[in-house]
Design a protein around this ligand. Structure first.
Ligand code: FE2
Length: 160
């Protein structure tokens, strides 16, 4: 449903942009949970550093979730953050339950950050073509920050 609004974007644009935002919201909610999974379960010689890094990644993604959801509601639509919706709609890789060491968790989280970054980067142009420059700007912000988080995680996999 679309709430009526004084927002000057057309109902059609608001509906299309909200669907795009909702797709990435489900991915972001999955990614947020994956970062906590890594935070809780990592073991090994760099435990404390990675434990803290994964929590910082989680906190960044939590902000993405809020930005995405509140853009949907600002456009007059319902943000669906239900766990059941997230589970059925996410397009990210499933997180490996058996991951133990730092490298395994970094690889799993880097794979998901990379996949999410690709989707969000594509969403910039998709939002532009819909005619919603503000949503495109939001995706640009998320894309840039996802690249940074991916760098932090991947740095632990490089120069070994
Ligand atoms: Fe914690």
């Amino acid at each position: 449903m679309t709430y009526t609004s004084r927002n000057d974007l057309s109902d059609h644009i608001r509906k299309q942009a909200s669907a795009l935002l909702q797709a990435r919201l489900s991915d972001a909610l999955d990614l947020e949970a994956q970062a906590k999974q890594a935070h809780w379960n990592v073991k090994g010689p760099h435990f404390l550093q990675l434990h803290e890094l994964f929590d910082r990644v989680h906190d960044e993604i939590e902000q993405f979730v809020d930005l995405l959801a509140e853009r949907i509601t600002a456009l007059g639509h319902i943000a669906d953050g239900r766990v059941t919706t997230t589970a059925s709609a996410t397009t990210l890789y499933g997180y490996p339950l058996e991951a133990q060491g730092g490298a395994a968790h970094c690889q799993a989280l880097a794979a998901s950050l990379g996949a999410f970054g690709k989707l969000v980067r594509a969403a910039i142009d998709q939002a532009d073509s819909i005619g919603d420059a503000d949503t495109a700007d939001l995706f640009t912000q998320l894309s840039r920050e996802t690249d940074k988080q991916l760098w932090f995680v991947e740095a632990h996999l490089q120069a070994h």
